[in-house]
Design a protein around this ligand. Structure first.
Ligand SMILES: NC(=O)c1ccc[n+]([C@@H]2O[C@H](COP(=O)([O-])OP(=O)(O)OC[C@H]3O[C@@H](n4cnc5c(N)ncnc54)[C@H](OP(=O)(O)O)[C@@H]3O)[C@@H](O)[C@H]2O)c1
Length: 255
């Protein structure tokens, strides 16, 4: 199959490219680094020509609901329009477990993305996953304040980006995709964000003292309540956070 990976250079996109290539597919990476832009539409028709499926794992780093909505509305619409022009018959979007329960901040854009995908004429699949193990590195970097790393308290069920990528490729390989949501994908164990970030900081050799903070607002209350962990109906990934971390080099990346 020819599979376009939009967001090919990202945390999960790199794994999607690697998994799809390993499965013997003709993989077309798509991102600004490879000359395309889903927001402006640049290079999309050329990249999508002859494709059987598009896996959309693009993202923007923002906590602004308005910026998130603007990115996902523009990017999703441009991708879907290019798929229609190019005759692509399967759009696969990666979303997040619990987005509709907390349609705030970054998640506001993800809700909008899901709605656009569901309303489109192109057959679609939506997979919602929990936070990646790699989320701990992002939180460590974002929370740096002098000698401290401030970490919001939260209860998660993190999943390996590698497991998410395998699930996305399996969805792309389905012979006759029927539009709709797939069972949620979550990790094998509950973890607290604080313990995850402390473990990552130690593995990376960070000298920062990791301090938990209880952030106000509905989004963080929801994360503390464990709302984003999914439920027993979810499919579970294989790799635990501890296994993922043990396989990481001190600077990140697999050893
Ligand atoms: N991170 C998590 O814990 C998590 C959990 C569940 C679901 N998800 C979902 O998974 C998806 C991927 O997340 P991620 O953390 O892997 O993202 P990421 O690491 O931030 O990667 C984002 C990707 O999007 C590309 N991109 C950004 N703007 C673009 C544009 N205008 N045109 C084309 N490509 C663009 C980036 O490449 P360039 O910079 O080269 O353009 C990069 O390849 C997101 O939809 C996210 O909501 C994430």
């Amino acid at each position: 199959m020819r599979i376009v990976v939009a967001g090919a250079t990202g945390t999960v996109g790199r794994h999607v490219v690697e998994a799809a290539t390993r499965h013997g597919h003709d993989v077309v990476p798509l991102s600004r680094a490879t000359g395309q832009n889903v927001v402006t539409g640049r290079g999309l028709d050329h990249a999508l020509r002859g494709a059987d499926a598009v896996v959309d794992v693009t993202s923007i780093q923002t906590t602004s609901a308005a910026r998130s909505r603007a990115f996902f509305a523009a990017g999703t619409s441009a991708l879907l329009a290019a798929e229609e022009r190019c005759g692509v018959r399967h759009h696969i979007a990666l979303s997040i477990v619990g987005v509709d329960a907390l349609p705030l901040s970054y998640y506001a854009g993800k809700v909008q993305q899901e709605r656009l995908v569901e309303a489109a004429d192109v057959p679609h699949s939506i997979l919602r996953a929990t936070q990646f193990h790699e989320f701990a590195d992002q939180i460590l970097a974002r929370g740096a304040v002098g000698p401290l790393a401030l970490v919001p308290t939260g209860l998660l069920r993190p999943v390996a980006a590698l497991d998410v990528a395998e699930a996305l490729v399996a969805i792309a390989e389905a012979p006759a995709p029927a539009s709709g949501r797939h069972p949620d994908l979550r990790g094998p164990q509950d973890e607290t964000l604080l313990a995850m970030v402390r473990a990552v900081a130690e593995r990376r050799g960070s000298r920062r003292r990791v301090v938990g903070v209880s952030l106000p607002g509905a989004y963080w209350r929801g994360m503390r309540s464990g709302l984003l962990r999914g439920d027993g109906a979810a499919t579970e990934g294989r790799v635990t956070f501890a296994e993922w971390l043990a396989a990481q080099g001190p600077g990140g990346g697999s050893v």
